[in-house]
Design a protein around this ligand. Structure first.
Ligand code: GLN
Length: 473
């Protein structure tokens, strides 16, 4: 069954050229065949098939939503009423959601079919999807390699053709980096465009929800559906529709900057070469592309890992074994119950972050670490403000290397953290960014391009991306 994007799929169903029920069966078969990838924590096969019948009828009667019949997987940090929510953690192993995340509800309201919940790093902490109580996810392009993280399962579900699209979350790169490693599109929206209600909090001032897809049209369609003000998230804002009209784009009027700090030491030479060749194609197409500077770049990782661990240490305090989730059985006192539940329930990386975060917030260190990092965050944001007064779009590699081997960095947290060098800045600044799969290296591994735009400028970001997808790749 071939269709270009979700919109075309709906037309083909309407014209009787595709059966939605058969399409869902195909996806379920593929999920079974590629079980070894470990992309899904839970698959809702029967529900999906039942919905397929109902939605197929809706499409034929012309009375259907914008995402009718699209088959979408959601990261297992998003609440979906009466379905399990584990965050790939033992501490939530027996937890069932009592409400549905706004972003997920909006998909359902537009007649999407939720096919399952995807594996991820525990509580979305990681860059390789190796920190999961369900075990690692494999990269479908080379199964000896990681798919990236933390939304590794969501990326693999799309890359291995186990669904049409998926939702992931991005606190420091968790949508863009796995999209780059798996060779697909992934969009991190502006902080506030998509409600976080029902997203299990990791670092609340950084967390965002966004789509993975096989093309820019689907990214745009899904973003349009999930955006908007929500009474249940006071940081959400109202924004008008995002509709692609890339044919109207005037290349000459768009200014693109590439920050020299993102092409320095540590960047894989093949990635660098491919990105510069794309820059040349953009210049030939009439875009105004020039080198810019983001001088605060070297502080991204430090600021990110101080602030997000601080927020995480506070957010994860709720998992105490008393209110919900896993409770240790062998405790005599209340305090022992807390300690044992958390010791047994959390994995090593989550514990490391809780300790780091507690440390940077502790009296005596608060000023030296947490407060200082807040100030640096402001300077990083100002770097971007300055850059966006001169250019419309910033272009960088998404990652310094292609997908690395399973186990390669799992014993070296600092190396793992450093791999987030190009993605954390946009979460510090709250701006939108996306990954475009532009090429493969000599080993056949995907290479990703990152485009960033100013706050709430997703439309231009998507239009330039659509132009690249259509005319350059
Ligand atoms: N890799 C980053 C981290 O480990 C980003 C995670 C994310 O975006 N959820 O924190």
């Amino acid at each position: 069954m071939h269709y270009k994007n979700i919109t075309e799929k709906i037309s083909l169903i309407k014209e009787n050229k595709i059966s939605l029920v058969e399409n869902v069966k195909d996806f379920l078969n593929r999920i079974e065949q590629r079980k070894n990838l470990n992309a899904f924590n839970f698959v809702f096969g029967d529900e999906a098939l039942q919905l397929a019948e109902i939605i197929e009828q809706k499409i034929k009667s012309g009375n259907h939503g914008k995402l009718a019949g699209s088959v979408i997987a959601i990261k297992d940090v998003l609440s979906y009423k009466n379905h399990p929510l584990t965050c790939s953690s033992k501490i939530l192993s027996n937890f069932t959601s009592v409400y549905t995340a706004t972003a997920v509800q909006k998909l359902i309201d537009e007649d999407a079919i939720i096919i399952g919940k995807t594996n991820c790093d525990e509580f979305a902490m990681g860059s390789s999807n190796e920190n999961s109580a369900f075990g690692p996810v494999l990269n479908p392009i080379d199964e000896s390699r990681v798919p990236g993280g933390s939304s590794g399962g969501s990326a693999v579900a799309v890359a291995a053709d186990l669904c049409d699209a998926s939702l992931g979350t991005d606190t420091g790169g968790s949508i863009r980096q796995p999209a780059a490693f798996c060779g697909i599109y992934g969009l991190k929206p502006t902080y506030g465009r998509v409600s976080r209600f029902g997203l299990t909090a990791f670092a609340s001032s950084f967390d965002t929800i966004g789509p993975f897809a096989k093309n820019v049209e689907d990214l745009c369609l899904i973003l349009d559906v999930i955006s908007g003000k929500d009474e249940n998230d006071s940081t959400s804002v109202d924004f008008s529709e995002v509709k692609l009209q890339a044919q109207n784009i005037e290349a000459k009027k768009i200014k693109i900057g590439y920050p020299k700090e993102y092409f320095a030491e540590g960047l894989d030479s093949e990635i660098k070469e491919k990105i510069f060749s794309l820059i040349n194609s953009l210049k030939n197409a009439g875009f105004n592309v020039s080198e810019i500077s983001l001088p605060m770049t070297e502080y991204n990782i430090a600021a990110y890992y101080i602030l997000t661990t601080a927020e995480a240490s506070s957010n994860l305090a709720r998992y105490d074994g008393a209110r919900y989730g896993y409770r240790s059985k062998n405790s005599d006192t209340l305090e022992e119950m807390y300690v044992n539940s958390r010791t047994e329930g959390f994995g090593a990386e989550v514990k490391r972050r809780i300790m780091l975060g507690t440390y940077v917030l502790s009296s005596g260190y608060y000023d030296a670490y947490y407060r200082k990092a807040q100030k640096v965050r402001r300077l990083i944001k100002e770097d971007f403000d300055k850059a966006f007064s001169n250019v419309d779009i910033i272009l960088t590699p998404t990652t310094p290397t292609v997908a690395f081997k399973l186990g390669e960095k799992s014993n070296d947290p600092l190396q793992m953290y450093l791999s987030d060098i190009y993605t954390t800045s946009s979460n510090l600044a709250g701006i939108p960014g996306l990954n475009i799969p532009i090429s493969r290296n000599t080993e056949g591994l995907p290479i990703g391009l990152q485009l960033l735009a100013n706050q709430f400028d997703e439309l231009r970001l998507l239009q330039v991306s659509y132009y690249i997808q259509k005319n350059i790749l």
